[in-house]
Structure formats: structure tokens, C-alpha cells
Design a protein around this ligand. Structure first.
Ligand SMILES: [Zn+2]
Length: 364
């Protein structure tokens, strides 16, 4: 008789055991709120029956960037997750106080993403950062951190990764967001800590704060499951024959096109569109009937972020443009990416939020 396979050891977090082949919710204590209630960081641990890597997925490090929480919620609902190899540590809401306040920032107005690695004896934000750094990060082989643009400033789905970090760049390519940007690291951010610790991290940016956006959520769930397949955490998908493959377009330089004058702002171009150098992409007009000033693209590229506000002071950031030399290739890949999103996916069992920008109300 072949020897019986030994059961995979349980996963232990904060004294709580999650058996192989099961999932559990673990509350990590952080501190006490002003009303004397306990603040906990809640982690869903999915501990696969079979061994494999450990992936940490974090949402809402900025409390109002709620697409990340929805992406994680949908990820946890996928049937395939019950057959996971390895371990998933899912934290839909990292910045609990900011999430409750519907704010990007902590109650003391600090940015949690500038407080890593944190401190056990510091402010509430510092303690939160410390719990993530010391109780979760050491377990993780791969980290996917989910973000969005600010309120009224949606981002095209994009991965931000550190230049020269080849293992993370490989994962960015597997995630296959429309665009991958080599972005500089900010001091004391979660990404900078992961980089220092030699961990593989990709940061997904998509949509805007306080809004659930169908495209962003779909790209997020598909991207994470692609990385899981690549790392052996999920079974490989059968590839469909004759299907055109999309590749993320990698960019090393982005810039903001700003208002050259104050006034009412009318954008003329959507996220994901390519622009030629010198092309008019919007205009700012004098509310008193005076001049209309064109906003033109200084360099050619793809619109990866945009303000949706109809007002601009002089100097306000209007369009975030990723610079690409091969514009035709970028245009083709964007179109293919949009087609891929229309194909049915496992997550379509669950309703997708209504998107006021792309869907018609009561179509004729
Ligand atoms: Zn963010």
C-alpha cells in the first residue's frame, strides 16, 4: 500500500489555527477607538489542502479606495478558491478607521501608506502598519496591494511596480492590466517596505475613490487569479485556440497635463485612449464668455488617469498620460483588452455594479 500523505500543517495566526482545506477569519487587535471599542484588522485565511505559496492581498490602505474591498470579496466567492494550493491572506479593509470615515486618511489626518513599517507604541495608524508589517508580511511570498485614484480622479486599470524589481515585474506581466508603469517608490509606503524586505509586490490602481467600478473589479479579480495560476496556487486554464493574446503595455514615463488657466473644464478624451503629440484633449473656458483655452498633449501616449471635475484652477492636474513610442501597438492592445473583458468569466455569476459611463439606461 502506498504511504498515506501526511496532512498539511494548520496555519496559525494570533493563536488561532486554520486547518488545511478550510478558511477562517482572524481578528488582529490594533487599538481602541475614542468610543472605547476595539479596532481589529480582520484577515480571511484560506488555507489550501495542498502546499503552495502564500499570497497576501490588501485593500483600502487608503480608506476610501473601496474597489479593492470589492475585488477581494469577489475573489473569496470564487468556487476555484476552495481548491487553492498554498495560502491566501485576504485583508479587504486595512485602514479600518479611514474606511469607517469614508476617508483616504486616518482620523489624525495622516496617510497610512507613509507610516510603514509602523510602531507598536505609535499612533493608531503606526500600530496598524506594525500589525501588517510584523504579523502578516513575514508569511507572504507574493503581495498584491489594491488602490484607486482619488475622488473624481479615476485611473485606468494599471499595475505599478518598481523599476529593476524583475520578479515583481514578471508578476505584473502575468496580471496583465492594460498598462504597467514603473513608478518611483515613496518613502515609508507599504511598497517600499516590501521592496526592502525583498518581497514580490505588485500594486493595482483602478477606478476612483468611493465608487465600485465594474471594469476595475473585473480586471482586479482576473489579474489576481492569473497570478495565482502562474504561481501554481490555482489549476491552469485551458487556453482557447485562435484567441488573440493581449499584453500589458509597459511604460517607464508618465506625466500630468495641467490647466494652463483657470475656468470651466471640458475633457474631450476618455481613459484608455491614445493621444498624439499636440492633439487637443480638452479645453478650459472663461465662465464669463471670454476665451476658450485648448489643452494639448505635450507628448504622445495613453490616458491612464483623468479628472472628472468640470472646474480647474490654473495648474490643476487634468490628464495623467503614460508615454509610449509605439502608439499603434498601444491602441491595438487597449482594444483587445476591452474585448477580453466582455467574455464571460467565473465571476459573472455575481451582479456587477452599474457603470454610468459605459452602460445605457433603458436602451431602446
Ligand atoms: Zn491608494
Amino acid at each position: 500500500m502506498p504511504p498515506r500523505q501526511k496532512k498539511r500543517p494548520s496555519f496559525e495566526l494570533h493563536g488561532q489555527k486554520v486547518e488545511a482545506g478550510s478558511r477562517g477569519k482572524v481578528n488582529l487587535p490594533v487599538g481602541v477607538f475614542t468610543n472605547n471599542t476595539q479596532v481589529d484588522l480582520t484577515v480571511v485565511v484560506v488555507h489550501g489542502r495542498l502546499p503552495g505559496p502564500t499570497m497576501l492581498v490588501t485593500g483600502c490602505i487608503h480608506g476610501d479606495e473601496i474597489n479593492g474591498a470589492e475585488i477581494i470579496r469577489r475573489l473569496l466567492k470564487l468556487k476555484s478558491i476552495s481548491r487553492l494550493k498554498g495560502t491566501l491572506l485576504a485583508v479587504p479593509i486595512v485602514n479600518v478607521p479611514a474606511f469607517l470615515n469614508r476617508s483616504r486618511y486616518l482620523p489624525d489626518r495622516r496617510d497610512l501608506n507613509r507610516l510603514f513599517p509602523g510602531s507598536e507604541t505609535g499612533s493608531l495608524g503606526g500600530r496598524l502598519a506594525k500589525v501588517v508589517s510584523c504579523q502578516l508580511l513575514p508569511h507572504a511570498d507574493i503581495i498584491i496591494d489594491l488602490h484607486t485614484g482619488a475622488i473624481n480622479r479615476p485611473n485606468l486599470p494599471q499595475i505599478r511596480v518598481t523599476s529593476g524589481d524583475d520578479p515583481s515585474t514578471e508578476l505584473a506581466k502575468v496580471f496583465n492590466a492594460p498598462v504597467t508603469v514603473f513608478a518611483p517608490i515613496r518613502d515609508s509606503s507599504f511598497r517600499s517596505l516590501c521592496h526592502k524586505e525583498g518581497k514580490k509586490l505588485i500594486l493595482f490602481e483602478s477606478g476612483e475613490a468611493l465608487r465600485l467600478d465594474a471594469h476595475s473589479i473585473k480586471y482586479g479579480v482576473q489579474g489576481i487569479t492569473s497570478v495565482m495560476r502562474h504561481c501554481g496556487m490555482l489549476a491552469q486554464k485551458r487556453t482557447s485556440v485562435g484567441k488573440k493574446k493581449t499584453d500589458t503595455i509597459v511604460c517607464t514615463k508618465t506625466y500630468w497635463e495641467r490647466a494652463t488657466i483657470g475656468g470651466l473644464f471640458t475633457p474631450l478624451i476618455a481613459l484608455g485612449k491614445t493621444v498624439e503629440q499636440g492633439e487637443t484633449i480638452g479645453f478650459v473656458s472663461d465662465p464669463f464668455g471670454g476665451t476658450e483655452t485648448s489643452i494639448t498633449a505635450t507628448r504622445q501616449g495613453v490616458i491612464i488617469g483623468r479628472t472628472n471635475e468640470g472646474l480647474a484652477d490654473e495648474g490643476d492636474a487634468l490628464f495623467h498620460i503614460a508615454v509610449f513610442r509605439n502608439l499603434d501597438h498601444a491602441r491595438d492592445q487597449m482594444a483587445l483588452g476591452n474585448q477580453a473583458l466582455e467574455e464571460p468569466a467565473e465571476m459573472d455569476d455575481h451582479p456587477v455594479p452599474y457603470d454610468p459611463f459605459t452602460e445605457e439606461v433603458n436602451p431602446e
